[in-house]
Design a protein around this ligand. Structure first.
Ligand SMILES: Cc1cc2nc3c(=O)[nH]c(=O)nc-3n(C[C@H](O)[C@H](O)[C@H](O)COP(=O)(O)O)c2cc1C
Length: 203
């Protein structure tokens, strides 16, 4: 069904009002006034880091990473996500229940991105975009962390019920992805990828 533009505007204005949205003041780092980093460098420097130093991540860096997550696009701007920051010190046994690899608990901090599927945009054919929203948020987090010289690794193979229990998740929140966040203690290996011709199709 095609809705007249003013009805869509009204709907979006009403959503903003109901959910108390506000214009985000961009950090000068994010708005590009200081410390410009090259996007293409960041994308090629990112890799799945699987060894971390125990040094804490400075609060300023964590805040910058989270501010980038906030700017991630979501379908219909629903922003039906929650980002859980979980310091690991003294909680290593809990962390091992979520994902047992030793490097996962080496990092000083974990970030878990949850979606709230019941609040996410659903396409006409009933496809719920919650995983896509959460993935984009996680990608913003990971690229921002890379730009700040921090290591990350997407983790999907975690134990969902342990994550729900340990992070005290609301039943409506679905944990989609984790990353450890910390200073890297390894070096990137070779990037193994399919040829571009295999994955790009021009029609
Ligand atoms: C959706 C997703 C889930 C992933 N889950 C895991 C995981 O559970 N454990 C892990 O060690 N790596 C995981 N990875 C990392 C991939 O193995 C890695 O991105 C891929 O091998 C490419 O390597 P690179 O990230 O170093 O470029 C995941 C990556 C993605 C995008």
């Amino acid at each position: 069904m095609i809705y007249p533009r003013f009805l869509l505007r009204l709907y979006s204005w009403n959503q903003n009002r109901r959910e108390k949205r506000h214009a985000v003041r961009l950090h000068p780092y994010i708005s590009g006034e200081v410390n410009k980093v090259d996007y293409f460098d960041v994308v090629s420097q990112r890799y799945s880091c699987r060894s971390f130093r125990s040094d804490a991540v400075e609060k300023e860096k964590l805040d910058r990473v989270l501010a980038c997550a906030q700017l991630a696009p979501t379908a219909a701007n629903r922003q039906a996500i929650r980002i859980i920051v979980f310091p690991t010190a003294g909680r290593e046994q809990d962390v091992a229940r979520i994902y047992s690899r030793a490097w996962f608990r080496e990092a000083p901090c974990l970030i878990c991105v949850c979606s709230i599927p019941s609040q996410c945009w659903v396409r006409g054919d009933r496809k719920n975009y919650s995983d896509v929203d959460a993935a984009i948020v996680m990608d913003h987090i990971i690229l921002a962390a890379t730009a700040l010289d921090l290591g990350t690794c997407w983790v999907a193979a975690f134990d969902q019920s342990a994550a729900r229990d340990i992070l005290k998740l609301d039943p409506a929140w679905e944990p989609v992805a984790f990353t450890p966040l910390g200073y890297r203690n390894d070096v990137p290996g070779k990037k193994m990828r399919k040829y571009l011709q295999e994955i790009v199709v021009y029609r």
